[in-house]
Design a protein around this ligand. Structure first.
Ligand SMILES: Cc1cc2nc3c(=O)[nH]c(=O)nc-3n(C[C@H](O)[C@H](O)[C@H](O)COP(=O)(O)OP(=O)(O)OC[C@H]3O[C@@H](n4cnc5c(N)ncnc54)[C@H](O)[C@@H]3O)c2cc1C
Length: 402
């Protein structure tokens, strides 16, 4: 008996005589129309066969698999948000890429929600003409630079990076931290405080400008494929037209952070799909006490709990997609869904890891990678506590922030 290992596509020996359902127990994907469902299946098989088997080595080495970008583009992941898809399709696609690899799903989510979507919604006609087409195929990569070394959760009121108008130019000075793809992006959307009116504003900063430097953050416990960077802006001069016209004030950032929070909720669902399938396949194959682990009631209890977490997260995310379509989507929905799905993902990954026993601690079996990656989901795009406080404010009318 050979346990299931990373990179293999095992023909699992079904030991218990009943059909094992797909991870989508409640058939959420059947809410898609035929075209989108077919598209999702194509995307899933590309990710399962061409992406998932390759990423483990890159994760171990903290390297980004640049050669996979054309594959992600072929799967349509470079242009989800402007591609005319339903919000449910976009969400299920985010879950599928997270099921294959959470770091790459971070790239895809930031790319779509915080770069492509933001240039489209807040950018000038010139900015759109320059960046949108190459972004859609990953020929250009952007990053979203908001967080700073001294301001994470309180960044809305704490921006220290400054933008000073000097004739036809802006001069940007400050530091950013944790910026995903910051080491290799072609440009960054940088949030800085206008020294004249004190307002937060968004600027497009090409990363080859003098004064820009990016240093890779090493030794992360999770999301190791995603290259996060410390950024220094040392009097970086950009033309006046690099100001994003729609990015005047933090309200614009908040609208996009609402959308990106929803994406992280889908990441939590996708991570649980992978955790469930790894744990179930292992439980069916691994034998102890002369029978498969899947025969033991305590193991079945844990698998049922993972499926319960996954299905509940999916239910929340599917409803969120409907609210997004219907125009009644609010920050409280995004905050609650993100906090719930990522907390569930954390629990599900730990339960799945335990089902693999000692093998569960080896990166070779994929689940320890997932367990580490979901820690990041719990923290970025608003920590669990900050999202809980957003829900708390909505349900009590009392803000804990002021
Ligand atoms: C791998 C990774 C990738 C990231 N990618 C990006 C990116 O691409 N672009 C970007 O701009 N940012 C990015 N971030 C930054 C991320 O959004 C921040 O890490 C996050 O907002 C938390 O900020 P912080 O790390 O400074 O923690 P802090 O704000 O210092 O929080 C520390 C702890 O205190 C808690 N806390 C803070 N305030 C309160 C409060 N009022 N009540 C209760 N508890 C509180 C927090 O919940 C947390 O547990 C990334 C982060 C990571 C780790």
């Amino acid at each position: 008996m050979t346990p299931v290992m990373r990179g293999e596509s095992p023909a699992v020996e079904r030991q218990v005589g009943v059909a094992q359902p797909d991870v989508d127990l409640f058939h959420y994907e059947h809410l898609l129309d035929d075209d989108e469902r077919n598209h999702l299946h194509v995307l899933r098989s590309i990710l399962r066969e061409e992406v998932r088997p390759q990423v483990g080595e890159f994760w171990d080495r903290e390297e980004f698999p640049f050669d996979l970008l054309p594959t992600l583009a072929r799967a349509g992941l470079g242009n989800l948000v402007l591609g005319g898809h339903s919000r449910l399709f976009i969400g299920l696609a985010y879950a599928e890429i997270a099921r294959a690899d959470i770091s790459l799903s971070a790239l895809v989510g930031i790319h779509n929600e915080l770069v492509l979507g933001l240039v489209n919604e807040l950018g000038s006609e010139d900015q759109k003409a320059r960046w949108l087409e190459p972004l859609k195929t990953f020929e250009a990569i952007g990053c979203f630079a908001l967080t700073e070394p001294d301001h994470g959760s309180d960044i809305a009121g704490g921006l220290e990076t400054t933008a000073e108008r000097d004739g036809d130019e802006w001069v940007l000075t400050g530091r950013k931290r944790w910026i995903g793809a910051g080491t290799f992006a072609d440009f960054a959307i940088v949030w800085a405080k206008d020294t004249t009116d004190g307002q937060a504003k968004a600027f497009i900063v090409e990363t080859d400008r003098p004064g820009w430097s990016a240093t890779k953050i090493h030794r992360k416990m999770g999301l190791r494929i995603m290259q996060n960077a410390d950024i220094e802006l040392d009097g970086v001069r950009i033309p006046g037209e690099n100001l994003m016209p729609g990015g005047d004030g933090f309200a614009a950032a908040n609208v996009k952070l609402r959308d990106s929070r929803a994406w992280v909720g889908w990441q939590g669902a996708g991570a649980q799909m992978a955790a469930f399938e790894i744990a179930r396949d292992y439980a069916l194959q691994r034998r102890q006490f002369d029978r498969p682990l899947a025969k033991f009631q305590l193991v079945q209890g844990d698998l049922a709990k993972i499926m319960s977490n996954l299905s509940s997260s999916m239910a929340l995310m599917v409803r969120l997609a409907q609210l997004q379509e219907g125009g009644t989507f609010d920050m409280v929905h995004a905050a609650l869904a993100k906090a719930t799905s990522t907390a569930a993902a954390r629990e599900s990954a730990a339960l799945a890891r335990n089902i693999l026993g000692g093998n569960g601690v080896l990166h070779d079996y994929e689940i320890s990678k997932i367990m580490n990656d979901v820690e990041i989901l719990y923290t970025y795009e608003g920590t669990h506590e900050i999202n809980s406080l957003i829900v708390g404010r909505a349900v009590t009318g009392q803000s804990a922030f002021v």
